[in-house]
Write a protein that binds this ligand. Structure first.
Ligand code: UT7
Length: 323
């Protein structure tokens, strides 16, 4: 059977780093509060010349380089983003054009913080269905442009950045020993859509709007939703938490990550944490964390890797893959 294996990873971060102490004079907060409640120490904030498309392009080029491929080898681009350069066309086609591609097809996916997990699953289905041989799966966000910089309950939490992977069709045996995407589960429930949303849009206000979140409410649901979808993936694959080599969760809050790992019985040393450096970068958070653990040598060929995310909608999902 066909499997989608990861051939390369890459990332891009805006030049400007904003530390917790840089909020002095912006909102009433403290480094201590932010670190204790979230684990965040700094985030990258895009300058005017840095956009979702430019960061996505840079991450894609690095993933292609790591894979030893060129844009000519790619036939599908799936971009997970909630901060597109324009309402339309899809920012994915701008990245396609920036990469010099006039072949293949490209589209955006909008599942907020779960976007990258949704996009990996979507690209995997296209590859296994024979629609594409090699896909660039990108998560790229400029959430700083959606933030209300007067609202301390949200503006300290988010950052900008991008991450990308190259997925490629390969023959597998149909067993757990195969490399590539092995199992996935996606969920959403629109009943919760007013707990984390943007208060504008083309069809309502005609404006871009600002991010609004009932943080405590999101926190309350996060751990059980994350655990639920991961247990579904474990059941599909016939594995337990002990079989996982690396857990790469969405990076919103270290307390949510720690509580989820504890509930699932995943050992702390298997958990990849980057929220301290990047803050919550929405759809970019999982590929940024994934690349970090690949680049520093933690994730190696043959390792069993579990990706997970939860965010606005609510949307949530998990993907199990062998490196
Ligand atoms: O990626 C999508 C998923 N999103 C998430 O996973 C976010 C989920 N939620 C969270 O991570 C947490 O709920 C937050 C980090 C947003 C907040 O942490 P919390 O422990 O739930 O704090 P809280 O909202 O209960 O607020 C506690 C106190 C409040 O003061 P009072 O009412 O107790 O006097 C807030 O006004 O902290 C205050 N507060 C702040 N203080 C200093 C809120 N924001 C700040 C701040 N600096 N930036």
């Amino acid at each position: 059977m066909i499997r989608s294996i990861v051939r390369g990873t890459g990332t891009a971060l805006p030049r400007r780093v904003m530390k917790n102490t840089d909020f002095a004079g912006v909102v009433e907060t403290s480094d201590e509060w932010i670190v204790q409640r979230t684990g965040i120490r700094q985030r990258h904030i895009a300058e005017p010349d840095e956009t979702t498309a430019s960061l996505g392009e840079e991450a894609a080029r690095k993933a292609l380089e790591a894979a030893g491929l060129t844009p000519a080898d790619i036939d599908l681009i799936v971009l997970a983003t909630s901060t597109p350069n324009n309402t339309f066309p899809a920012t994915a086609v701008e990245i396609q054009q920036r990469l010099g591609m006039t072949h293949g097809f490209a589209f955006d996916m909008q599942a907020v913080c779960s976007g990258f997990v949704y996009a990996v699953n979507t690209a995997d289905l296209h590859i296994r269905g024979g629609m594409a041989r090699r896909a660039l799966v990108i998560g790229s966000e400029t959430f700083s442009r959606l933030l209300d910089w007067n609202d301390r309950t949200t503006c300290v939490l988010f950052g900008d950045g991008a991450g990308a992977i190259v997925l490629e069709a390969a023959e597998g045996e149909g067993t757990l020993a195969d490399r590539g995407v092995l199992a996935a589960s996606l969920r959403s429930d629109g009943c919760h859509r007013d707990k984390l949303y943007v208060d504008g849009g083309p069809s309502t206000t005609g404006t871009v709007g600002h991010l609004r979140m009932e943080g405590r409410e999101v926190f309350k649901h996060a751990v059980s939703m994350i655990s639920d979808v991961i247990e579904t993936v474990f059941d599909q694959a016939g594995i337990t938490a002990d079989d996982i080599d690396w857990f790469v969760p969405h990076q919103a809050n270290k307390r949510i990550i720690d509580a989820s790992a504890k509930k699932l019985g995943i050992a702390p040393e298997k958990v990849v944490i980057t929220v301290d450096h990047h803050g919550n970068t929405s759809a970019a958070s999982v590929p940024l964390a994934l690349h970090t653990a690949v680049a520093d040598g933690r994730i190696k060929k043959g390792d069993l890797v579990l990706l997970e995310a939860m965010g606005g909608g609510f949307t949530w999902g998990a993907v199990l893959l062998r490196w």
